[in-house]
Design a protein around this ligand. Sequence first.
Ligand code: IVH
Length: 662
Amino acid sequence: MNKAEAKKEIKKLRDEINHHNYKYYVKNNPAISDFEFDQLLKKLESLEEKYPELVTLDSPTQRVGGEPLDGFTTVEHKVAMLSLANTYTYDELREFDERVKKNVGDAEYVVEPKIDGAGVALLYENGIFVRGATRGDGIQGDDITSNLKTIRSIPLRLIGVKVKNVEVRGEVYFPSKEFERYNKEQVKKGEAVFANPRNAAAGSLRQLDSRIVASRPLNIFIYFISFSDRDYVTHEKAIAVLKDVGFRVNPLTKKVKDIEGAIKYCQKLEEKRETLDYEIDGAVIKVNLFSKQKQLGETSKHPRWAISYKFAAKQATTRLNDIAIQVGRTGTLTPVAILEPVQVAGVTVSRATLHNFDELRRKDVRIGDTVLIERSGDVIPQVVKAIIEKRSGSEKSKRIPKKCPICGSEIVHTEGEVAVRCKNRMCPARLKWRIKYFASRDAMDIDHLGGSTVDKLIEKGFVDSIADLYSLTLEDILTLEGFKEKSAQNLLDSIEKSKSQSLSRLIYGLGIRHVGKYAAQLLAAKYPSLDLLSKADVEELKDIYGLGEKTVEAVCTFFATEENRELIDKLRAVGVKLKEDVKTEYLLLKGKKFVFTGGLKTLTRPKASDLIKEKGGIITSSVGEDLDYIVVGEKPGSKYGKAKKLGVTLLNEEEFIELVEE
Ligand code: IVH
């Protein structure tokens, strides 16, 4: 295929992919299988690889960006992003209608769900998505284009020629079910959860690494045109155009004749609230005719032609019976409210998070208090505040404990840090988290090793470290409640299977602070074995593009800690694979034998040996006919003369480095 043909084919593929993407993510009505879709994308990728000059910003291959950013650039919105005035009662909505009537006469309205997510502005030039920004202070926001590109329902190129230059507004959200799943996974790993889907959406969009954003199930509804190169008569029509050109608009958007119609529909939306797969916190009522919108204008904060009606919060009051303390994977102590069970929006709630001791102090919530709790689609409800008027005087504050409630060790509270930690790395609570984390799906993926099994293993004293998992016997497991011959064998098999997991999973599973999935992959890509990684110094690690300073520090600290070195030795001893599988047939020095003699100037011997081994070479100590290379340093010994006689290839230090770095 020549370049002209490739160009044509690329265009065809992009159109086809965009069309199927639209069918899948916007219309929810896929026309081809995921496999067929991937095939199209792969075809496009390989053509673009061949002709990189043909890659354009709007190509579907450009959804997931490359390297993380250092920070976001501030951008000015084309039109200020206003917020909406809130109302809480239907009478307030009637008052809004009165004000509208006074200024522009009777008005038709459009009512939409008010999506509880993060507002964004998307700019299109010549039909192509060129910039996306957060709301920020309404005048300026952060440029989050590469993050937004990962959201598949955002068109990278608009359909047709109706609209070319336009800025639209919409709400990015984290679907409720996915949010619960995400938080559950985080809890399993002993990692931070998002307080609610809104924070999850906003927090994801603030990630500097768009690859992380791509792994989150974000979605968007578009509800407003803030700037356009053409005119629209009504909001209803504008929404229809948005839909035509490829945007995802909310299907519950509805035109009503008057304010009573709007109120009825608000009621309907509130009833529907629990059945939706995204969070809504109210309804938005907008004057339909643009000429009337224009006449009504806006204040410095809000438009006068729209208003939000906020639903009653999903809140309830109940008694706080106790404040329990949980110890997490890194030893962090978290206060948890134990509540008198209460119904909140159809769900019985008996525990709520208090986040940390700073927050506990700020809220001054006490044992015995009547508290207001709130649930916003999240798995972990929150304590909003104590109802002070209901205090009897017998309520008790919970102080930061002096000792770990699990192991009794000393507690550390570093100045300036929110977290309060148990100092004991061997605390059973932490061990439990570490094992769960090690076994989790993204790490060693050990099936049948659930949280309660881990608890029992620790209780029985079968495991004191991750490595002990690999010494478990069938008899051990059979002593645990609930295990029979078959299930015990299944667990043993899964543990055995995990021995040959990839190096990046192992690195991730070790639970090094700040080392997530991506950092682990970066580390494994540079260091093909745990031994090599453990010897890397700060400078070397800093060279890895994409690794932050904190991560580098944490990696060094981890491998400098005696206990962790012991753990790695133990893992090695029980047969866990500590290296990346390399296809040895491609290795440059496969089977070549090396001998060193004399001192090296720039390398240490172990480092030089590693370099040889990495490339498949073998280090020996004796000089014989089958020796391939002898590396000759300063003040060489007798091996030098012997090798020379035998005609072995001699390498000085520079030549050696050149060879292994090839
Ligand atoms: S219209 C000038 N419609 O709520 C009018 N906003 O408190 C711009 N929101 O900043 C807003 N759903 O982030 C509009 N259907 C909807 C909405 C919506 C959610 C958010 C938006 C806005 C905030 C206002």
